[in-house]
Each structure stands twice: as structure tokens, then as C-alpha cells.
Design a protein around this ligand. Structure first.
Ligand code: CP
Length: 319
């Protein structure tokens, strides 16, 4: 894949051609058990999750195993990060130990921007604060395409805490490139403030409007851990005003598919009956995640970038 980036922080780091390349590579991985094409050595890929994760961490770990790469589970809690070492120093150290690529999750938004000019190691953003979660959006697109939900001219209603959701932001950047309109819905306090609506991206606090316009729903949990302060009433009223369960879905004139990136807060944004119904695609998203993450790892490992690590381009005094 031409010029695939060595630091994938944002959906905006990818061209439309590269996204299309990932979709077709993921398709091959999903239906056939393929490993990395021949390389003269087995690459080493690490994950470093500085925030909790079930889906992202393990689907990357499985993707690494399926590709035939060596997996290193870098434990931040027991690492020298806890002694004050910076992220960049840590990544340089991993690079010097022979690690090719590191997938990182952090609570710090935009933590990877400074790595792009001179990457200490190839890096994939596994979710950074409230900024982005590009691999989740890519696997969601792959799921939508694989299941034939339709793209051009369709509307996805993203309902929930859109302002603090990194998944919501990545979807907002990605889906319009495929002709999918995004209608973000939630209480006013949960709607983005940093973005002007346009033909493809609209905001509303009116759940009835979202239900009327949606071809499929994407529910987000309330990101309470990222709120500075909020009126308790918003939390108390959320399930009634914006939550979806099977009964509410069936009452709409045409029940439609419901996606969710997980983890879900059952009884708040989604009912358990809906999660256990055929309308719920959250488990399909998980099933499609490994193939897309295999595609992303392969594209980055094979991108031919030699400008990685501390000593690139530097004249060494001793060798
Ligand atoms: N969707 C997602 O990022 O889930 P985890 O937090 O479990 O990785």
C-alpha cells in the first residue's frame, strides 16, 4: 500500500486509496487464514495499554498471532514509565530491542502527534483520550461493508456522548468518505462543539429525528470518566430520553441494525434484550475486528519506511 503511514493517529492520516486497500486486505484475512508475506525475519509487535481494554487489546494480540509475528505484551504498570521515563524514551528503547511496531492506548489526547516527524517506532493509536480511535472506525466500516448494510446515501445515527467519544470522532472523519451521512444525537452537553455541521455531518438533541432518519444506529456509552462536570439530571434521564431497548426499537416503524463499539452500559444507552436480539451487531463488530487489525499491521510493517528510531539519519560517533 503506497506510503502507508508509520504513525497511525487519526483517520485523517490515511488516504481514501489506503482505506480501500485495508478493506480489501481485511476481506482476505476474514475469509482465509493468511500470514504475513515472506519476510527475512519474524517481526515483533507490542501492545501497550495505558488504559483498560478488552476488545482492542485482545483483537490486536490475536491479529499479531494470526499474522505469525512475535507478540510482546508491554506492561506499562511494571515498566520504567512508572519511574518517570517518557513515552518517547520508552518507544525508542523498544525499537532498540528490535520491536517493529507498537499499538498504544493512552488517556492523553493527541499523544502521538509529536511522534510523527521522527517516529521512535511504528505506532498505531489504540485510542487516545477523547481524540480518536481510528482502528475501531475502520473495523466498523469493514463490518458495515461485509454485512451489506449499504453505504452511499445511508445515514448512521450516532447516539450518545459524541463530544467525549474518540470513536465518534473517527467515524465522523471516515464515514462521509464512503457517502455515509452521520447524524450525531444526544443531550446538548454531549454534542461536539468543535465542528461546524455540513451536508454529511449533522447534530441534533432530538431522538425522534434520529430515529426517523437513521438507516442504522451506533450507540455510545456515556464517557463519565472524561467529564469535568455535568448535571446529574442528564445521567438520570439518559436511558429514558436516549437509551434504546428492543421494545423501543420495535415500536419504530422499521427496526434497524444497532452497532456499539463496547463496552456497553446495559440499561443506560442499551437494553440487554436488544443486545441479545438479531438487531444487535456489536458481536459482529468484534468478529470483524481481527481481520481489519491484521490488515493495518501488515500495511504498516511492510510500508518500507526506514526513517524509524533514534539513530536514523544521525551520524554515529561510535559503532
Ligand atoms: N471498543 C473498544 O475500544 O473497546 P475496549 O475498550 O474494550 O478495547
Amino acid at each position: 500500500m503506497n506510503n502507508f503511514p508509520s504513525v497511525l493517529e487519526s483517520i485523517n492520516d490515511l488516504t481514501l486509496d489506503q482505506v480501500n486497500g485495508l478493506l480489501s486486505l481485511a476481506d482476505k484475512f476474514h475469509y482465509r487464514d493468511l500470514g504475513l508475506p515472506f519476510m527475512d525475519r519474524r517481526p515483533i509487535v507490542a501492545t501497550s495499554f495505558l488504559e483498560n481494554s478488552t476488545r482492542t487489546k485482545h483483537s490486536f494480540a490475536i491479529a499479531i498471532h494470526k499474522l505469525g509475528a512475535t507478540y510482546l505484551d508491554f506492561n506499562a504498570e511494571t515498566s520504567s514509565l512508572k519511574k518517570g521515563e517518557t513515552l518517547e524514551e520508552t518507544l525508542l528503547t523498544l525499537n532498540c530491542q528490535g520491536v517493529d511496531l507498537c499499538i498504544i492506548r493512552t488517556s492523553v489526547s493527541n499523544a502521538f502527534s509529536d511522534l510523527k516527524e521522527k517516529p521512535p517506532i511504528k505506532t498505531i493509536n489504540g485510542g487516545d483520550g477523547t481524540n480518536e480511535h481510528p482502528t475501531q472506525a475502520l473495523l466498523d466500516l469493514f463490518t458495515i461493508k461485509s454485512l451489506g448494510l449499504g453505504m452511499e446515501g445511508k445515514t448512521m445515527a450516532i447516539i450518545g456522548d459524541c463530544r467525549h467519544s474518540r470513536v465518534g470522532t473517527s467515524l465522523r472523519y471516515l464515514l462521509p468518505q464512503f457517502g455515509i451521512k452521520v447524524l450525531m444525537c444526544g443531550p446538548k452537553e454531549f454534542l461536539p462543539v468543535d465542528f461546524e455541521p455540513n451536508e454529511y455531518i449533522q447534530f441534533t438533541d432530538d431522538m425522534d429525528e434520529a430515529v426517523a432518519k437513521a438507516d442504522y444506529f451506533y450507540l455510545l456509552r456515556i464517557q463519565k470518566e472524561r467529564h469535568q462536570s455535568a448535571d446529574q439530571k442528564i445521567y438520570d434521564d439518559y436511558a429514558k430520553n436516549y437509551g434504546l431497548d428492543l421494545e423501543k426499537l420495535k415500536k419504530t416503524k422499521r427496526p434497524r441494525p444497532v452497532l456499539h463499539p463496547g463496552p456497553a452500559n446495559v440499561g443506560v444507552e442499551i437494553g440487554l434484550d436488544l443486545m441479545h436480539s438479531p438487531y444487535y451487531l456489536g458481536y459482529e463488530q468484534v468478529k470483524h475486528s481481527t481481520a481489519m487489525r491484521m490488515a493495518i499491521i501488515q500495511a504498516m510493517i511492510l510500508n518500507g519506511d526506514k526513517n524509524i528510531g533514534w539513530i536514523h539519519g544521525e551520524k554515529r560517533l561510535f559503532s
